[in-house]
Design a protein around this ligand. Structure first.
Ligand SMILES: CC(C)(COP(=O)(O)OP(=O)(O)OC[C@H]1O[C@@H](n2cnc3c(N)ncnc32)[C@H](O)[C@@H]1OP(=O)(O)O)[C@@H](O)C(=O)NCCC(=O)NCCS
Length: 162
């Protein structure tokens, strides 16, 4: 679907909308202050929002460390899911870090978060390991996508595997 999604760096003015999506998306949501610290003081961080008209509908955050893009958060407003927005957010993230020459994407995901796992699998991520007790109530799976040869490939699906 051709949505008029504008993707740009997250600013302080976006934080209320971002934390509203955060609260409806995660059982252990980050505070507004956590996002603020990331965008204002973490020089390794890149946080983006996706907007349709003036509404913030999605966001993604990452730490860029050497050749690795570590996705710290990604969420789409409930009413805007399954329209390719998260895929576009990942693609934009890779594109914007392109000059820094990132070679792989990695993240932690709850084993119980089947929607997110299926989403990342569709983008070509694979489970590479497990971090014990990463969350208060659950381990985390480490998912990675290597060989980011062409930035524009990151946001494209690679076919259903299930
Ligand atoms: C996971 C999430 C970011 C996906 O956002 P989205 O914009 O709906 O994803 P897309 O529309 O780009 O999905 C692309 C593909 O991923 C897969 N996918 C996405 N959501 C899925 C779901 N709920 N169940 C199964 N597969 C799913 C599908 O293959 C989908 O393609 P299709 O719609 O053509 O079948 C969104 O569900 C979300 O915000 N969840 C809550 C927060 C979260 O869990 N974030 C991830 C933390 S690691």
């Amino acid at each position: 679907m051709d949505l008029a999604l504008t993707i740009e760096p997250m600013t302080h003015a976006d934080l209320q909308a971002v934390t509203a999506i955060e609260r409806e998306s995660f059982r252990d949501p980050w505070s507004l202050h956590s996002f603020q610290t990331e965008i204002e003081t973490n020089r390794l961080a890149l946080y983006l929002v996706g907007r349709i008209k003036d509404e913030v509908v999605a966001y993604i955050g990452a730490w860029i460390v050497l050749k690795e893009i570590h996705i710290t958060t990604l969420a789409v407003s409930k009413s805007w899911r399954r329209r390719g927005i998260a895929s576009q957010m990942v693609g934009a993230l890779v594109e914007m870090t392109g000059p820094r020459g990132a070679a792989c994407l990695t993240l932690e995901v709850r084993p119980s978060n089947t929607a997110a796992r299926q989403f990342y699998e569709k983008l070509g991520f694979a489970v590479m390991g497990r971090r014990r007790h990463y969350y208060a109530d659950e381990d985390a799976l480490i998912m990675t996508k290597n060989n980011l040869t062409a930035p524009e490939e990151a946001g494209k699906g690679e076919g259903h595997e299930q």
